[in-house]
Ligand binder design. Structure first.
Ligand SMILES: Cc1ncc(COP(=O)(O)O)c(C=O)c1O
Length: 428
């Protein structure tokens, strides 16, 4: 796991800030992002692509975690932005993100969302259905606009990951199937549309992927598809978008590859597949989300009640749970944690960390070794930066936590803690 940094008082430190100070100033539950780590991940992707010599775009997948400060960070790190809803697009525009670097995804974009994106003159629409192919073109034509599109295709590749986050297989709610000919048909339609510039194709095979072969297989299928298009229609498209999906470390069992290794495997496959066909090397776009923010995020909780069931289990409850981190309940996701106020004390107690929702499924971690825990201790759960706050909810009318960025010993709030008043604000 990440090397534990501690303050002089022996408390866990993140980004040079003591968690004891963070808890004292901002309370719990608290989402803490190590800003430098996010920037390093973004730079590692861009650096690896610079070394490949290929043209590229690294688009941050907003769905992993988004707020205005995250948008500004992405802009400063020269990332593009992958958005999948009107809400993500609105956040990006409110934070002043350059619209030409925004890519709009989604298997069921509404007319309102499409109009909002057209008015903002975003850089690229990733078209996902025959309905959208017609609707977006009609809306663009009405406005006398010309828009860039990618077609999302499903390469029929089964990525080795959890079913809920696998998207590249034939039976997927996303994209136009290649093996059933729908991608071909969609491409023929798109190429005939006067208000479209078809830049290329997109595929995203899944998330939390540790092996390279899924990406390599997808690239082979996609390059064959583009080569076929070139042979039949003499059309050469400049962009290949491989999506995201690069795995991260949640527990010791996870063995993610270095970012450079993922990018090199992808760019080598592209050079090989396209080179051997004599196809001009395309720009390669990717959309990492989890691999940019997950490990940079830590959630701090206050330890509350403890239930010891002799010879069975010890439950330690915290002041958050599935309302700020739904992944354990939704995917059975695993996490690692330590006591932030006593991180280096010997772990002698086997406990299971329960969330505070009135829901048996609200368990954050099963069977975790900790030092003997006491009421008021601070539990730090690592690698909660992706699909944590972005899936936060108000079940049991529990307010969503505050989110802070820490950097070089300084901390700042980027999302305020919800109040009870916020919870009833929309009630009539
Ligand atoms: C189209 C698309 N691109 C990118 C991503 C980001 O994936 P990850 O966070 O695993 O990098 C997702 C995640 O679901 C996605 O659906």
């Amino acid at each position: 796991m990440t090397a534990i940094q501690t303050s002089v008082q022996g408390h866990l430190e993140i980004g040079g800030v003591s968690t004891a100070d963070l808890v004292a100033e901002y309370g719990t539950p608290l989402m803490v992002y190590d800003e430098n780590m996010i920037r390093q991940k973004a730079q590692a992707f861009r650096q690896a692509f610079n070394e490949s010599g290929l043209d590229y775009q690294v688009a941050y997948a907003s769905k992993a975690f988004l707020c205005k400060e995250m948008v500004r960070l992405a802009e400063e790190e020269l990332l593009s932005l992958d958005v999948v809803s009107g809400g993500e697009l609105y956040t990006a525009l409110q934070a002043g993100f350059p619209a030409e670097r925004i890519h709009f995804h989604g298997n069921n974009k509404s007319e309102e969302e499409l109009v909002m994106a057209l008015e903002a003159e975003i850089g690229c629409f990733v078209v996902d259905s025959f309905l959208e192919l017609e609707l977006l073109h009609d809306l663009a034509k009405e406005r006398g606009q010309h828009v860039n599109i990618l077609l999302r295709v499903t390469p029929g590749v089964e990525a080795h990951t959890h079913d809920y986050i696998m998207t590249g297989q034939d039976d997927s709610k996303f994209g136009f199937g290649i093996s059933n000919g729908q991608a071909d048909r969609a491409m023929q339609i798109a190429l005939c549309k006067p208000n479209y510039t078809v830049l290329g194709i997109h595929s995203h095979i899944g998330s939390q992927i540790f092996e390279l072969d899924g990406f390599q297989q997808a690239i082979t299928v996609l390059s064959d598809f583009l080569q076929g298009l070139r042979n039949e229609c003499d059309v050469t498209l400049p962009v290949l978008n491989i999506g995201g999906g690069f795995g991260v470390r949640y527990t010791e069992d996870d063995k993610p590859l270095p970012i450079q290794t993922y990018v090199k495997a992808i760019t080598d496959s592209v050079k090989e597949s396209f080179g051997e066909n004599g196809y001009p090397l395309p720009q390669v776009w990717i959309e990492p989300g989890r691999s940019i923010v997950a490990e940079a995020g830590t959630t701090l909780y206050k330890v509350g009640s403890k239930k010891i069931i002799p010879d069975l289990r010890t439950y330690v409850a915290v002041d958050g749970g599935m309302t700020d981190n739904l992944r354990p309940a939704l995917y059975g996701a695993k996490y690692h944690a330590v006591l932030a106020n006593r991180p280096n004390e010997e772990c002698t107690e086997l406990v299971s960390v329960a969330g505070k929702c009135c829901e048996s499924g609200d368990m954050l971690i099963w069977d975790l070794m900790l030092p003997p825990t006491n009421f008021g201790d601070t539990l730090a759960v690592f690698s909660t930066g992706a699909y944590g706050y972005s899936m936060a909810n108000n079940y049991n009318r529990i307010p969503r936590p505050a989110v802070v960025f820490v950097k070089d010993g300084e901390s700042r709030v980027v999302i305020e803690r919800e109040t009870y008043a916020d919870l009833v604000r929309l009630d009539r």
